[in-house]
Design a protein around this ligand. Structure first.
Ligand code: F6P
Length: 373
């Protein structure tokens, strides 16, 4: 019996998505004789029934291409913006799945996608996911595709910023993506020789950072490169946020929860330009001129690295083999050289942050990098 496979990409785009689509599509058709269609723009396409045949012509020439040929969105099945409202469109998605006689829907995405995929599985669909994100924050997999490419881009940026910081005797604060995890900033910071690395897992003390910069000046190095994860916060900011989160958890009724959430949102808004404030404060504290560089979406753009193409192809082809065996309700995780199925319940809603005893942290400290604590 021919199996029918649907594929979608959701959440922020990530280098390696097309390599994964190609890996799934080519192996599903070539090795197992399956039929594959893609849905456009993430879960929105499954609601609007916008599809594309992923035949060999569509899969040809995409291995090296950045972004996703399917398009993506952050729309959620159960909170889909429709007109001016947000509506639960799960039933429509389930109906469209059956309309195409699908045996499985493959969802390529990060943390948010894992939750949405589990939701659809609980509504009766067969689901398999693949872990993609430049943030590397998906639980139960060694690594996500997209991370290696972004790591390379951020590292090259740090390399390039060294010469201009050195020439102008400046502090350059470099904001690196990563959402609420520090993998990208820590990895690029180590590889790019940042003098200070600040990550969300280790709230920083700005005086400690300023001291590190001053000590470098005293030893004749009148410039510093500071790699900051976008989610990094000062100790005071982290404390205030933790208090707000505790209040949400402790709220006894709807009104108290609404107020606590409003306070959390207000804090998040106040803390949004935290990297900019850090650059200004360091200038005041050290007397060195400072500049802020936000790497932003550059880190997600362009052709995937060889490692990401390989990982995406490996996970994509393993995905087809799991479909052939009828293994559903899982994420295809990278575990060493193997691709293993992990139940979606063990992945969804779990954030993989940098453990404080991670060897990268020990190595950074061992080479004298300041982590702001
Ligand atoms: O999850 C990937 C990511 O690039 C994060 O690092 C970042 O916080 C976020 O997406 C940016 O999202 P958007 O593309 O919607 O601005």
């Amino acid at each position: 019996m021919t199996k029918y496979v649907g594929v979608l990409t959701a959440g922020g785009d990530s280098p390696g998505l097309n390599a994964a689509i190609r890996g799934i599509g080519k192996s599903a058709q070539g090795a197992y004789g399956m039929q594959v269609i893609g849905f456009r723009d993430g879960f929105r396409g499954t609601m609007e029934n916008r599809t594309v045949r992923l035949n060999s012509a569509a899969l040809s020439g995409i291995l090296t291409v950045g972004g996703t040929i399917l398009g993506t969105s952050r729309d959620k099945p159960h909170k889909m913006p429709v007109g001016s409202k947000s509506r639960d469109m799960t039933d429509v998605i389930v109906a469209n799945y059956h309309r195409h006689h699908l045996d499985v829907l493959v969802c390529l995405g990060g943390g948010g996608t894992m939750k949405n995929a589990l939701h659809l599985q609980r509504n009766g669909l067969n689901i398999i996911t693949l872990p993609k994100t430049i943030d590397n924050d998906v639980a139960m997999t060694d690594v996500t595709f997209g991370f290696d490419t972004a790591l390379g881009i951020a590292t090259e940026a740090l390399d390039r910023l060294h010469s201009t910081a050195h020439s102008h005797h400046r502090i350059i604060v470099v904001e690196v993506m990563g959402h609420r995890a520090g993998w990208l900033a820590l990895g690029a910071g180590i590889a790019g020789g940042a003098d200070v690395i600040l990550i969300p897992e280790i709230p920083y003390d700005v005086e400690v950072v300023a001291d590190a910069v001053r000590q470098r000046s005293q030893s004749g190095k009148h410039f510093s490169i500071i790699a900051v994860a976008e989610g990094a916060r000062s100790q005071a900011e982290a404390k205030a946020m933790a208090k707000a989160m505790d209040k949400i958890a402790a709220a006894s009724d709807k009104k108290a929860r609404r107020e606590a959430k409003a306070r959390r949102n207000q804090l998040a808004a106040e803390q949004a330009d935290s990297t900019q404030r850090l650059a200004r404060t360091l200038e005041e504290l050290t007397g060195l001129e400072s500049r802020l560089t936000i790497l932003g979406h550059l880190q997600r753009g362009g052709t995937p690295s060889a490692a990401d193409r390989l990982l995406a192809t490996r996970l994509g082809t393993a995905c087809s083999s799991f479909i052939n065996d009828g293994v559903y309700g899982v994420m295809v995780a990278a575990r060493g050289d193997r691709a293993e199925p992990v139940p979606l319940e063990q992945v969804a809603g779990k954030l993989k942050t940098v453990p404080l005893d991670h060897p990268w942290i020990a190595s950074a400290r061992a080479v004298g990098t300041n982590l702001g604590d």
